[in-house]
Write a protein that binds this ligand. Structure first.
Ligand SMILES: Cc1cc2nc3c(=O)[nH]c(=O)nc-3n(C[C@H](O)[C@H](O)[C@H](O)COP(=O)(O)OP(=O)(O)OC[C@H]3O[C@@H](n4cnc5c(N)ncnc54)[C@H](O)[C@@H]3O)c2cc1C
Length: 441
C-alpha cells in the first residue's frame, strides 16, 4: 500500500464531501478523488482511552513496531477520559479504586500492593489491595511513555468507518489540521461510554423549577451536595448501580466517618436483581449503614421529583408491589448516567446503519466471544471492539481486568491472522524484566 504523507497537504478539507460519505464502500480512487490524504497503518485503534491502551500495550510488547499501529482519539494520554470521569464523580487521586487488577502491566505482577510495600519499605502496604486513582494514572502514564504512545497517537475523532473495496477499512479522522483517511486491515474500537444520559425526570425538574442545585447528575459538578451534608443532617437519594453510584456512596460514607456527617442515604433500585447484586458486591461498604439504619436500599420506579411543601424534595413513583412511593430528600443524585446504548454514538450508529454491525443486549454492539464486531468482516479485514460499547454471549468487559482480557484475546486473533507473533515464554520473561526496569521499547 502506498502512503501519502499528510504533512504535504497544506489545505486539508475539514471533512469528507457528502457524496463520499454516502457511499457504503470506498475505493482508493474515491478517496483520492475527494482530496483526502491517505495514511496507511495495518491496525488502527479508535478511541485512545484505556481499551486502546490495553491492546496497544500488548501488541507493542509482542513486538509490533509503532509504524504498523495508529491510535485515533481526541485525548493525548490514554487515562485522560477515565480521569475526567473519576474526578467528575468525586473521586480524588488519593481515593482507592474498586479493583486491584493492573492495566499498566500485562502480567499483573507485581501487584500494586506489592509495589507499594517495596517502595514504602512497609509490609503493611500488602494489605492495601486496591490502588489509589493517582497510582493507577501514574502507572498508565509511565507505561504509555515506555511503549511510545506519542508516536502512535493521532489526535482527532473518527467520524465514519467504511469498508474498503478489496478488503480492510477506511477510518475518517477529523482533527484540527483537517480530515485524513486511515487505511487499515484491522480496526479496534474502544470509544468508551457512548453518551452521558440525563434522565427525563431530571430534565423535567430543571425545566419546570429552574433548580440545577438539588437534583444532579453524577458527571456534572456536585461537590456542593457533599459540602452541604457535612454541615447539617440531611437525606440524599441516590440512583444507579454501576461504579459511579458506588463512588457516590463511598464519598458519603467517608464524610460520615471523617466529618461525622449525619447523612441518611436512600438508594433507589429500579430492578430487584440489580438491588441484590449491588448489595452483594458492595457488602462491606454498605453493611454499617444497613445495620444502623441510615442506608436504605429501596426498590421502585421514579416517576417525578418535585419541590415539597417543607422546602425539601419529594420523589414520587411506584414501589415494587405497584403501590405509591413517596420519598423525601434534600438532594437527589442520579448516577445512572453512563448510557451504554451505542445508538447515541455517531460513529457506532453509522457503523450499524451502513456497515452491517448489529445491536446486542442492553443496546451495545454485538461482538463474538473473540471480540470481533458481528457482521462487519471485509476480506481479510476485521473489526474488533472492547469496553462498555461491546457485548458478547459472555457479557461486557467494562473493567481494567476485562479490557486486559479482551486485549489478550484480540492479540491472539491477530496472531492467527499473521499480524503479530504470540508472546512466548522467553519473550514474556525478557519483556517483564524490561517493564520492571522501566526500559523503553
Ligand atoms: C467513574 C468510573 C470509575 C471506574 N473505576 C473503575 C475501577 O476502579 N476499576 C475498573 O476495573 N474499572 C473501572 N471503571 C471502568 C473503566 O474505566 C472502563 O471500563 C474503561 O475506562 C473503558 O475504557 P474505554 O477505552 O472503553 O473508554 P475510555 O477510557 O473512556 O476511552 C474512550 C475514548 O474514546 C474517545 N472517543 C469517543 N468517540 C470517539 C470517536 N468517534 N473517535 C475517536 N475517539 C473517540 C473518547 O473521547 C475517549 O477518550 C470505571 C469507570 C468509571 C466511569
Amino acid at each position: 500500500m502506498t502512503v501519502l504523507d499528510a504533512s504535504t497537504s497544506s489545505h486539508r478539507a475539514s471533512s469528507a464531501p457528502d457524496d463520499l460519505l454516502s457511499l457504503p464502500v470506498w475505493t482508493d480512487a474515491d478517496v483520492a478523488a475527494a482530496d483526502l490524504p491517505i495514511i496507511d497503518s495495518q491496525l488502527v485503534s479508535v478511541g485512545g482511552g484505556l481499551g486502546s491502551f490495553a491492546l496497544v500495550d500488548l501488541l507493542r510488547i509482542a513486538g509490533v513496531e509503532t509504524e504498523r499501529l495508529r491510535v485515533l482519539g481526541p485525548t493525548h494520554w490514554p487515562d485522560d477520559s477515565y480521569r475526567y470521569l473519576c474526578e467528575s464523580s468525586g473521586l480524588s487521586a488519593d481515593d482507592r479504586l474498586r479493583s486491584g487488577r493492573r492495566i499498566d502491566n500485562i502480567w499483573g505482577f507485581p501487584s500494586y500492593a506489592l509495589q507499594s510495600a517495596w517502595q514504602e519499605r512497609d509490609v503493611k502496604a500488602l494489605l492495601r489491595r486496591q490502588p489509589t486513582a493517582g497510582q493507577v494514572n501514574q502507572g498508565i502514564r509511565r507505561e504509555a511513555e515506555r511503549i511510545g504512545w506519542s508516536a502512535v497517537h493521532a489526535p482527532g475523532s473518527v467520524r465514519v468507518l467504511r469498508r474498503r473495496e478489496g478488503g480492510g477499512f477506511y477510518s475518517l479522522l477529523e482533527g484540527v489540521g483537517g480530515a485524513l483517511a486511515y487505511r487499515s486491515e484491522f480496526v479496534h474500537l474502544a470509544v468508551g461510554y457512548p453518551a452521558l444520559r440525563f434522565l427525563p425526570q431530571l430534565r423535567e425538574f430543571r425545566a419546570h423549577f429552574g433548580d440545577n442545585h438539588r437534583f444532579v447528575q453524577v458527571y456534572e459538578p456536585h461537590e456542593h451536595v457533599y459540602r452541604t451534608l457535612v454541615t447539617r443532617p440531611g437525606t440524599v437519594m441516590v440512583r444507579g448501580v454501576d461504579v459511579a453510584a458506588a463512588r457516590v456512596l463511598q464519598r458519603l460514607l467517608e464524610d460520615r466517618d471523617t466529618y461525622d456527617a449525619q447523612t441518611r442515604i436512600v438508594h433507589l433500585f429500579s430492578d430487584a436483581a440489580d438491588r441484590a447484586r449491588f448489595l452483594r458486591e458492595w457488602k462491606r461498604l454498605l453493611e454499617p449503614g444497613l445495620s444502623e439504619g441510615w442506608y436504605v436500599a429501596q426498590e421502585g420506579q421514579l416517576v417525578e421529583v418535585l419541590p415539597d411543601v417543607d422546602g425539601r424534595l419529594l420523589a414520587r413513583g411506584q414501589d415494587a408491589a405497584g403501590g405509591r412511593l413517596k420519598l423525601g430528600a434534600d438532594f437527589v443524585i442520579d448516577a445512572t448516567g453512563l448510557d451504554g446504548d451505542v445508538s447515541g454514538h455517531e460513529l457506532l450508529s453509522d457503523l450499524m446503519s451502513v456497515s452491517g454491525a448489529v445491536h446486542g443486549p442492553l443496546g451495545r454492539l454485538s461482538v463474538s466471544q473473540r471480540f470481533e464486531v458481528v457482521g462487519t468482516r471485509n476480506g481479510t479485514g476485521r473489526i474488533y471492539a472492547s469496553g462498555p460499547i461491546a457485548i458478547s454471549e459472555l457479557g461486557s468487559a467494562d473493567s481494567f481486568g476485562g479490557l486486559v482480557g479482551a486485549a489478550w484475546t484480540i492479540c491472539d486473533e491477530l496472531a492467527q491472522q499473521g499480524f503479530c507473533d504470540r508472546i512466548g515464554l522467553g519473550r514474556s520473561v525478557a519483556q517483564w524484566m524490561r517493564w520492571l526496569r522501566g526500559r523503553a521499547l
